[in-house]
Design a binder for this molecule. Structure first.
Ligand code: HEM
Ligand SMILES: *[C@@H]1O[C@H](CO)[C@@H](O)[C@H](O)[C@H]1NC(C)=O
Length: 320
């Protein structure tokens, strides 16, 4: 009996070792898949200015709730994960659905929605002139969509300790936290996320003292008190459409827009990581920001993935 049990466990482990993400997972089963995603992202980007940041953020939000399993794409009525408070402003579902439709025409039932999200994020970064990298594929789609599962999403107003802990829970290091937060090199935030920082800062009230005094009036003009909470402003002052490390320079000099980005410079460890990209010798030592970012994206894309026979391949990303 014990032996049979042992063999079962062993065969399960062997099975698991085969069921891993790998670059080119669809190389034989759907060789066109990656090109289709790339083309859809490029086509949409030609007419929709903010699509690159939208698709990058979508992958992050998918991965941080129950793993990179495409569950954020499911429309599951009022209780659907999509409607979680922590997913406020997340978009891009239609782009994923469009790529999925085109892929289904060529190879139905093969390519997961979760993989399309990961591929689209890579292609989006390239659209914004960021680094390209090989995306590991082979994720399967999750079958649970419940907004309470998203309650733990990192929040702008959380302390650096909590942010570190939340990334650590997903197997991501302090360096990953810094580098991935630098995704805010592209895209915009709604004023909704700025109100507290500008007018009701905790502690003390008023505005966040870490904001450079020359920057504060600019932020207040973009997001006036009692103004439109849906108005948007770039998160990387001066370079919000270009993927570069300017965001980290802004973080160093009091020009961070989001409170969570500013907090990266208030902790010794994360501060040293930010600074490491700006030393006199940093262009010659260690790895570049772009390489580190690409590596961190690959790592993020592995969070709690379903592989092998787990989950399933949905034929429409928004429904079970
Ligand atoms: C440290 C934890 C993080 C916090 C607290 C955070 C918070 C936010 C907030 C509040 C916004 C504005 C959303 C809106 O108004 O639509 C935003 C946007 C964005 N986030 Fe993050 N974020 C974090 C980490 C990340 C990571 C890890 C990535 C990707 C690797 C990412 C990518 C983006 C992008 C690209 C946007 C711009 C979206 C757009 O322009 O539509 N963020 N983030
Ligand atoms: C959603 O998840 C919560 C917490 O795990 C659980 O209490 C609740 O019953 C779930 N809702 C549905 C409809 O499955």
């Amino acid at each position: 009996m014990a032996l049979i049990f042992f063999i079962l466990i062993l065969s399960h482990l062997v099975g698991m070792s085969h069921a891993q993400l790998k670059v080119g997972f669809y190389g034989k089963t759907c060789p066109e898949a990656e090109n289709i995603v790339t083309n859809v992202v490029r086509q949409v980007a030609a007419s929709t200015q903010n699509i690159a940041p939208v698709l990058l953020r979508l992958h992050f939000h998918d991965c941080f709730v129950q793993g990179c399993d495409g569950s954020i794409l499911l429309e599951n009525g009022e209780i659907g994960e999509r409607h979680a408070f922590g997913h406020q402003g997340v978009q891009g579902f239609d782009v994923i659905e469009r790529a999925k439709e085109e892929i289904e025409k060529v190879c139905p039932g093969i390519v997961s929605c979760a993989d399309i999200v990961a591929l689209a994020a890579r292609d989006a970064i390239v659209v914004a002139n960021g680094p390209s990298y090989e995306v590991e594929t082979g994720r399967r789609d999750g079958m649970i969509s419940n907004l309470t599962l998203a309650a733990n999403m990192p929040d702008v107003s959380e302390s650096i300790q909590i942010l570190k802990a939340k990334f650590s829970q997903k197997g991501l290091s302090e360096k990953d936290l810094v580098v991935l937060s630098a995704a805010h090199t592209i895209g915009t935030t709604a004023c909704f996320f700025m109100t507290q920082r500008l007018y009701d800062f905790v502690p003390g009230g008023g505005s966040d003292p870490s904001i450079d005094p020359s920057f504060l009036p600019e932020l207040m003009a973009a997001c006036p008190r009692n103004g439109d909470v849906n108005a948007r402003l770039s998160m990387d002052r001066g370079s919000g459409e270009e993927f570069d490390n300017n965001i980290l320079q802004n973080v160093r000099s009091g020009f961070a827009v989001l409170r969570s980005d500013a907090s990266l410079y208030e902790d010794v460890d994360t501060r040293n990581i930010v600074d490491s990209y700006f030393g006199i010798f940093s262009p010659f030592l260690g790895t570049s920001f772009e390489d580190d970012f690409a590596n961190a994206m690959v790592k993020m894309g592995r969070i709690d993935v379903l592989t092998g026979k787990q989950g399933k391949i949905r034929s429409v990303c928004s429904t079970f």
